[in-house]
Design a protein around this ligand. Structure first.
Ligand SMILES: [Zn+2]
Length: 130
């Protein structure tokens, strides 16, 4: 029997811990083509994305309200929490179509919500130009 076949256990085995940490530092600026979980289409830019990346909105009394916890009943519209997508959706009248509502909808509440989301994300990262 070769001597090296019985390895002493007194050396603690350090699995490459640094590798696990590195894989967590993945920047999530651009959506990956590989999407896991439910996929929705943004009503603004029409891109498909995981529903965890999109904001759900529902209509209440002719006002579009954000539903970040996805608890509100009724038909929902999905979009990136991005002012550009909001403007695109507004221009194309995507909300009345997505929400099956006739006539104009008030987007002030949703706009304020998205702006506050943007401020929060800008604090952590780099501001995005247009
Ligand atoms: Zn979008």
């Amino acid at each position: 029997m070769p001597r090296w076949s019985r390895r002493p256990d007194r050396y603690p085995v350090r699995q490459s811990e640094s590798e696990g940490i590195e894989s967590l530092v993945v920047r999530r600026r651009e959506p990956e083509p590989l999407i896991t979980g439910p996929v929705r289409t943004c009503v603004g830019c029409r891109a498909k994305a995981s529903d965890s990346e999109l904001l759900r909105a529902v209509v209440r009394d002719e006002t579009v309200v954000p539903d970040p916890r996805r608890r509100l009943a009724g038909r929902g519209a999905w979009m990136h929490p991005d002012p550009a997508c909001l403007r695109a959706a507004e221009r194309r009248r995507a909300f009345p179509r997505a929400l099956r509502v006739q006539g104009a909808l008030d987007l002030a509440v949703l706009t304020a919500h998205i702006e506050s989301v943007q401020l929060g994300s800008n604090a952590a990262g780099t501001p995005r130009g247009e």
